[in-house]
Design a protein. Structure first.
Ligand code: ATP
Length: 363
């Protein structure tokens, strides 16, 4: 097997079959040292199974996992240089914070003199030094979550595996913990692999994201690349909001592809490389401009009727029907919206966008 030099984890053709379902299907990729890596995908796509195989909690049906240069095939979970933080962030209710953190070291027979300083170090990492003597029921949800993190960090793993670590927290705390986790990862300098179905979570925290669907990895890229250059319709649709237009290529010349779209007629899209047949044109809602007057200099424009306006405070989503049964969604910042004037259901408006903001997807 070829293992990249610059990889803390190498996964090759990893497959897990359960009766009647292929949970993970010949997946191969590398994770770099000190990377914050996210496995992202809809429910049932196989991300937890993949994480559990890395942890050694699930045996692969076939394929290989190498961690820090060692093949893991015969290495049991407790001898792997990884540690897992579970969704339910289990902590022992009858033990204090520091006893909770010390527990994992005690059971593996760590010398007593070493335990104290290591617990202190782990609590410092998650900023819980002041609360060392409290019991879990005297802590907030976020603080309990940090105890669970400290319990994992105290073992000094090379890789920390986090299965939906923020899903039990309320929305506000989740936002705060996202930032804390990112800062913690930078500070401790170990590799984090997080499983999530929440694209905002992955986009805001991870250095790179593997987007999974039906047991397969569809794309691995940085958050910006995934959002700006999705490789497929599935990824474009899964990461953020997007307007998708089915179309057919009618001609190509000098890096410009002409596409006959359902709903918007013929449009020209910048695209390198050969392309023909059925395609999908994608454009993000924030790339659309909504105006009352026709933007005659915009190469891609269409007139339509506002169907609905959804107000989100800083921005509004304006749903514009371009043709019978065909709508585009524009994300209008409310600062500029005040300048341009309000849009209301029933208004006749123009939608336009720049050619370079148009993505051509072939799968
Ligand atoms: P979720 O976000 O809902 O946790 P997931 O992406 O983590 O989903 P997995 O839990 O890895 O998905 O499950 C992948 C597939 O494997 C699903 O179809 C699931 O039902 C199946 N599966 C997982 N664990 C088992 C098991 N122990 N026995 C049988 N099937 C399983």
């Amino acid at each position: 097997m070829s293992v990249s030099d610059d990889a803390i984890i190498s996964i090759r053709a990893l497959t897990k079959l359960f009766p009647g379902v292929t949970a993970v299907d010949e997946v191969s990729f590398d994770i770099r040292p000190n990377e914050f890596f996210a496995l992202l995908g809809p429910s049932g796509c196989g991300k937890t199974t993949l994480l559990r195989m890395i942890a050694g909690l699930e045996m692969p049906t076939s394929g290989e996992i190498t961690i820090d240069g060692q093949d893991m095939a015969l290495t049991p979970a407790n001898r792997r240089p990884v540690n897992m933080v579970f969704q339910s962030y289990a902590v022992f209710p009858h033990m204090t914070v520091e006893e909770n953190v010390a527990y994992g070291l005690k059971v593996v027979g760590t010398p007593k003199a070493e335990i104290g300083p290591r617990v202190e170090e782990a609590l410092r990492m998650v900023q819980l030094e002041q609360l060392a003597r409290r019991k879990p029921d005297q802590l907030s949800g976020g603080q309990r979550q940090r105890v669970a993190l400290a319990r994992a960090l105290v073992k000094r793993p090379k890789v920390l595996l986090l299965d939906e670590p923020l899903s039990a927290l309320d929305a506000k705390l989740r936002d705060q913990m996202r930032l804390e986790l990112t800062r913690l990862q930078h500070a401790v300098g170990i590799t984090f692999i997080i499983v999530t179905h929440d694209q905002d979570e992955a986009l805001s925290m991870a250095d790179r994201i593997a987007v999974m669907e039906a047991g397969c990895v569809r794309q691995i890229a940085t958050p910006t690349e995934l959002y700006e250059q999705p490789a497929s319709r599935f990824v474009a649709d899964f990461i953020g909001r997007v307007n998708l237009l089915d179309g057919e290529v009618t001609g190509t010349r000098d890096g410009i592809v002409e596409v006959e779209t359902r709903g918007l007629g013929r449009i020209a899209v910048a695209h390198e490389g050969p392309v023909s047949g059925k395609v999908c044109v994608a454009v993000r809602p924030e790339k659309l401009t909504v105006s009352s007057a026709e933007p005659t200099d915009a190469p891609i424009r269409a007139q339509g009727k506002v169907r609905d306006v959804a107000y989100y405070g800083n921005a509004s989503h304006v749903f514009v029907e371009i043709a019978e049964g065909f709508e585009l969604t524009a994300n209008v910042q409310n600062r500029s919206r005040r300048i341009e004037g309000d849009f209301r259901p029933g208004d006749t408006v123009w939608i336009s966008w720049a050619s370079e903001d148009t993505l051509l997807l072939t799968e």
